[in-house]
Structures are given as C-alpha cells and as structure tokens.
Design a protein around this ligand. Sequence first.
Ligand code: AHR
Length: 479
Amino acid sequence: MKVTVINKKGPKISKYIYGHFAEHLGRCIYGGIYVGEDSEIPNVNGMRQDVVEALKNIKIPVLRWPGGCFADEYHWKDGIGPKETRNKMVNTHWGGVTENNHFGTHEFFELIKQLECDAYVNGNVGSGTVQEMQEWVEYITMAGESPMANQRRENGQDEPWKMKFFGVGNESWGCGGNMRAEYYADEYRRYQTYVRQYGEQPIYKIACGPTVDDYYWTEVLMKNAGRFMDGLSLHHYAMTGAWEDKGPATGFEEKEWWSLIKHAQYMDELITRHSAIMDQYDPEKRVGLIVDEWGTWLAVEPGTNPGFLYQQNSIRDAMVAAITFNIFHKHAERVHMANIAQTVNVLQSMVLTEGAEMVKTPTYHVFDLYKEHHEAEFVESFGDESETITYTISKKDQVMTISICNFSLTENETISIDNINAKSILSAKGIKGEKMDDYNDFSHPETVTIQDVEEVQIFDQTLEVKVAPMSVVTVQVAI
Ligand code: AHR
C-alpha cells in the first residue's frame, strides 16, 4: 500500500480518547483494583500496586466511575465514613452480589491520585434525586464552608478534589430509567442545573447519549438540551453471535474473526452519522461525542459468574482496539473522549488478575503502542472496510508516529509512506499473533507481548514498513 503524507494542519488527538472505565461489576473494582489496606497483595491504601503501575505505564488519562448501570443505583452517601458502618446494598445488575461500599468517593479519588489521571464521575439520575447529585458535587469540589464540605473534612479530606468530568445519568434509555428521549432531555436540563461549579475548574458535563444507532435520541438531545451540555455519550460494543448467546473470546472460528472486526468497524459509521446530526446544532463542534463505553463483549469464561462479565482477551481484541483508535483519530474534532469497558477483569480489559497474580492483555499492549498519539497533531488515518489494513499517522514536536494494524489472517503487507521527510528511525515496536486467538494467561503471560520490529527502512523520502498478519506496529521517526 502506498501513502503520501500531505502536510496540512490537523486537529489534536485528545489524550482522553485513551480513557478507561471501571464499574462496580464482578472483579473490576474489588479484587482487581481495590484489595483493602489489610490485604497481603502489595497495595498502597488498598490499591493494588501492580495494577496501578501497569495503568500508569500506558498513561491512563481519565477514569470513569462508578458505572455503567451501577451508577443509577448508586447512592454515594452509602460509600463515605468509617467502612464498618457503611450501608450495604445489592448489586442487582451484576450478579446480585452484596456491595459493601468499601470503595467509595474517598477511595476513588485516592485511586485517581495514584494513577495521576483525571476523574470522570457518573451521577445517578435513574433512582437518585437532584439534591443527592448536587450534594455529591458539593462534597467533592467545594473548598469553603458548607454542609457537604464540612462532612468531607470530618471524613478526613480537607481539600476538595479535582473532578474534571461529570456524567448526568447512564443509559437513561435503558438500565438508567427506561426514559424516552424527550423526557430525559428535560431531566438532563434540570439535573445539570445543580451540577454547580464550586471551585475554579469548570466541570465538563456529559449528557446520556444514544445507544448504537439511535439517531433519534441524538437529534432530540441536541435540539432540546445541546446548549446545556459539553459532551454527549455514545455506547457501542463489538460482539459476535446473538446477545443471549455471545461468541467465545478464544477458540472461535475464522468467520468470528471477521464478524467481530466488522462490528468494530461499524463505529466509523456510527460516529459519522451521530456527528452529522450534532453538526446541525453545533457546527463549531463545541459538544464532544464521548464514547464512554466501547470494546468487545464476548461470552464469559466457562465456570465464571455470568453476571461478572469476565472474558479472555486475544490478539483479535488487539485488532479491535487498533481499528477503533484509528477511527477515533479520524473523528478527533468531534470525539473528545472515549472510555474502554472495562479496565480490569471485565469485558475488554487491560489486565486480568487472579489473587496476587496479574497479566497484561493484548489490548493493553495496543494502548501502550498508541500512547505516543496522545495530544499529537493528527496527520492522517485510513480504515477502508475493503482493506485489511488500517493506520494512523500523527506528529508531535519533531517526531512522526505511525501505527499500523494488519488484520489479515495470512498476508504480509508492505506500507510505503511518501513525503514523510524522515531523518532517522527512532523506534519500531509491535505485537503479533501466530494463531488468531493467541492470548496471555497466568502460565503464559507473554504469548503476545511488545517486541522490536526489524522490517522498517527509509529510502529517500519514503518510509517502508513490512507488517505481519495479525499484528499492530508503531514506528517513530525523527522529522
Ligand atoms: O459495561 C457493562 C454495561 O454495559 C454497563 O454497565 C452499561 O452501561 C452497558 O450496558
């Protein structure tokens, strides 16, 4: 494939496109992130240090919490104060297990501090009151004297925390209240009024957006509430099989390789069409399309709780991640943030844990390979459904970063990039699969891992990269 770089100024690729999502679901928070101060698993203030370090390495920019569907049943006051007196609840959505609320607001912001990332808190519209939401924002962000700020101090936190993003409800068309678009648009207007700015930092308010291709929802929200929001969410999961009988994460057939990839590529059409509606009401692209749930949703691992959504993660998931990033980059002007579901032990996760053990997934390595695109200037991307190759080129300072994904099962691909003015190759790294369901587990943690890539050369003005089948490669060149 031949590519010619055209030197025109592109939009910035927000680092928030590489955001994450952690819900009170299965073993994501409990066991996966938070083990408690008394655990024998190495931790700082209850947070697993192996997981925190792994996430810092991929420069996690933002974490969304506490849900998901859980958010619209979560009553934040149950999660503050001494742990032994915190109210328990039933996590009705996810396995009907008892939630002891030991991970609450203080623990979340401790995690944010350790990860050195920004906070995205999702409020409860479905079963919570306006007052409850207002008081949560006051508790988190109010510096001066106030009932909520005083309560926060009594619970050991003097200074307010920084909360950059706030979601007003989650999937309000479904698990968040089964609302109609018109009704939610009005509720959004009312609830967001009381998401007050107490500190200096404005809060970026995110309205619940459509599921997949519900273009009507986008239209109604933008028309009736567009001027009250900073972002509108979009959820789309890539799947194989039927909703009630999803295809497996490993041990799948070749046709399931292609069907998952096709479903992931559908993200491009979704963003294009939702953006076109948003453009009518917001041609300046002030309102971000926030893809705050995306990733693969496959069958749970045999023998695990079906409500815990624990799935393996193969080189096929890595392809989905790279394909999706290249789509997000292409739409960088409208897609201001995205959050993969979910960080640990749930759906398309970064790491899997079992007791004290942790393993990095192939998806983790794609986040690692793509981290140089954070805040870089978009140059070009390609993702035509007729080809089995997709790439992004971006530029930061005097470095050009090229990430290429070859999702052919059999064919090598050589990509020649003209007019790139490369002076030298700084690095060339990648991951590749030998089998289409190669994955990492606790006994084979490095079946898929980042390795140096040799087949990269500069001839005059051209950079040539040979990309193996089932692989993702990132090359950096000095320009
Ligand atoms: O990520 C799992 C669930 O998927 C979330 O709780 C919900 O918002 C979505 O339906």
